[in-house]
Design a protein around this ligand. Structure first.
Ligand SMILES: *[C@@H]1O[C@H](CO)[C@@H](O)[C@H](O)[C@H]1NC(C)=O
Ligand SMILES: *[C@@H]1O[C@H](CO)[C@@H](O)[C@H](O)[C@H]1NC(C)=O
Length: 161
């Protein structure tokens, strides 16, 4: 077992979620994206759960993006289509260990998967995010998200999280 593997295993045992420092930007150039093949709804669910684990829990976008189609359709108004643009936006956030990333709930109903998660940083207050993904075959081909920061003028006594 390599030292890094032992270290990661040890870290994983201490905390439920862990964080690997951001990969250098050059990692971008070797991005491996999804190879399309047919998948049943059950197989899509397995892929989605693996993707969510890799991206939001292990915080490792590189292996997670093998499930993203290279020509992914993007609805985030601040990103362009394609896995490379999506990776460039997501990688600095989920690999930054000074930010908190916590999955609150997730669900899958073919061909859609949702992840509702909490992001602490880079915004001034904690942010609630819902990512919605659509599958075709074995690949995530489309993404939407909505984000809401904890406001300073809430009238509802229930917390956002
Ligand atoms: C990473 O990919 C994005 C989106 O295609 C691009 O804008 C950026 O220049 C790339 N960065 C590197 C270091 O290749
Ligand atoms: C992580 O986030 C902090 C706080 O915004 C920032 O100062 C730091 O530069 C980031 N680290 C990397 C590697 O981007």
């Amino acid at each position: 077992m390599r030292t890094s593997t032992i270290l990661l295993t040890a870290l994983a045992a201490i905390t439920p979620a862990f964080c690997i420092p951001a990969a250098p930007p050059s990692a971008n150039t070797s991005l491996i994206t999804c190879v399309q093949h047919p998948a049943s709804p059950r197989e899509q669910q397995k892929i989605f759960e693996r993707y969510a684990e890799l991206l939001y829990v292990k915080r490792t976008p590189d292996p997670a993006f093998v499930y993203i189609a290279s020509d992914e359709i993007q609805h985030n108004p601040y990103q362009l289509d394609g896995a490379a643009a999506s990776f460039a936006a997501v990688n600095p956030i989920v690999t930054n260990c000074s930010y908190g990333v916590e999955v609150l709930q997730q669900a899958f109903q073919a061909p859609f998967g949702w992840v509702h998660w909490r992001l602490d940083g880079p915004f001034p207050t904690p942010t609630s995010v819902v990512d919605i993904y659509r599958f075709e075959g074995a690949c995530i081909v489309e993404h939407w998200d909505t984000m809401q920061q904890v406001p300073t003028d809430a009238i509802n006594p229930h917390p956002l999280f």
